[in-house]
Design a binder for this molecule. Structure first.
Ligand code: B12
Ligand code: SF4
Ligand code: SF4
Length: 303
């Protein structure tokens, strides 16, 4: 392996617009085995609610996604912007304000993969963003990007938790980074801040009680809990985190800048939008996962 390839790959990742990058070696250390066991426990306790795909066995074995995989590059896209939604309007979580992060991260990871091809022509790689069954947060933690906080999000000391994650698996043996150390310490602010008690146990998100799950994933015509002003995802447990208060850095990346309608549209305006209007507003957005009828259901549920 050419000396310093991992260092150059991480530098290349930053030049692609990622805020942070690190490398881990498969199969990962003891903590990754604990995370895999925690995932199994989470599934057994039905915390995945209706998300049947969470049972995919490949999630517990990264080599199943790329046979012969030896290393993984973990990257974080900073999606924090200084804009705020107008007070009193239905709330939409920040991860959905800009262009669909799956597309943004995937395109950038593929460019990194092609760069790797030039450095090491016989190598193999695979880009994974969220929809690929990989334990994104656990691998990012292993690659030193940050730790999994008590609110269930990966937090970095440099950017807080406003990071969307992606991975590039490769069969190359890259020099790994140190796994991240946890820095929640004695803080537990996020736990009582969750208005629906989805964080009953630190680190464990019970999707059945999580507003993000119900607004985005629940396909039932009615919802079992109050949405506390949210109609698409929920950022409460991140907003209260001191690491975000102190370390969120507004990004100038054009891909994460908010669509104006998200910052200003009222409930009554949104209720008049047709399916075609929603489709237009949600072009190339991660929020497209929420179908027009679900937006209306969520809006009605606000009361
Ligand atoms: C399923 C899923 C959801 C579900 C379940 C949430 C969850 N936390 O698992 C729902 C729909 C609710 C959801 C919501 C959100 N999600 Co989501 N989601 C995922 C997905 C697809 C899988 C996550 C997963 O494996 N969950 C299973 C459980 C078992 O894993 P876990 O959360 O890591 O929890 C375990 C660890 O915390 C571990 N653990 C860690 N430390 C410790 C310590 C101890 C002592 C113990 C016992 C356990 C423990 O134990 C936990 C449970 O057993 C990932 C993408 C991916 N492919 O990984 C995105 C992902 C986690 N989501 C993401 C985002 C942005 C969100 C939202 C912020 C969106 C929003 N604003 O609405 C919310 C946040 C809700 C929250 N508080 O976590 C990002 C997170 C980025 C980051 N910086 O962490 C990801 C990584 C997507 C991405 N590619 O960027 N999500
Ligand atoms: S996203 Fe909202 S509902 Fe879900 S755990 Fe965090 S605060 Fe609770
Ligand atoms: S609010 Fe406190 S306990 Fe919760 S994730 Fe942030 S630092 Fe950790």
């Amino acid at each position: 392996m050419p000396a310093g390839l991992a260092t150059r790959l991480k530098a290349q990742a930053l030049s692609e617009g990622f805020a942070i990058a690190g490398v881990a070696r498969l199969p990962g250390g003891e903590r990754l085995r604990m995370r895999t066991a925690a995932l199994q426990r989470w599934l057994e306790q039905d915390h995945q609610a209706g998300m049947a795909w969470m049972h995919d066995p490949r999630r517990q074995d990264a080599t199943a996604l790329l046979p012969g995989a030896r290393s993984v590059l973990a990257v974080g896209l900073n999606y924090y912007v200084s804009d705020q939604q107008k007070p009193g309007i239905p709330r939409i979580a920040r991860y959905g304000w800009g262009r669909d992060y799956h597309r943004v991260i995937d395109q950038r990871l593929r460019r990194l993969g092609r760069w790797l091809d030039q450095q090491q022509p016989d190598c193999r790689w695979r880009a994974c963003v969220d929809s690929a069954p990989l334990m994104d947060k656990s691998w990012a933690e292993e690659a030193g990007l940050g730790w999994i906080g008590k609110n269930g999000n990966l937090i970095s000391t440099s950017h807080g938790s406003w990071l969307l994650l992606g991975h590039l698996l490769t069969d190359l043996e890259l020099e790994p980074d140190e796994p991240a150390k946890p820095f929640c310490g004695s803080c537990s602010r996020c736990l009582p801040a969750c208005p629906t008690n989805a964080l009953n146990e630190p680190f464990v998100v019970d999707s059945r009680r999580c507003i993000a799950f119900h607004t985005i994933e629940n396909r039932d015509p009615s919802l079992p809990l109050p949405l506390h002003d949210w109609i698409a995802g929920c950022d409460i447990c991140q907003e209260v985190c001191p690491w975000n208060e102190q370390h969120a850095r507004p990004s100038s990346d054009p891909e994460v800048q908010p669509r104006p309608w998200i910052l200003s549209s009222t409930k009554s305006e949104m209720m008049t939008w047709s399916d075609a209007d929603w489709s237009e507003k949600l072009r190339a957005s991660a929020l497209r996962r929420i179908k027009p009828w679900m937006w209306r259901r969520n809006l009605r549920h606000l009361g």
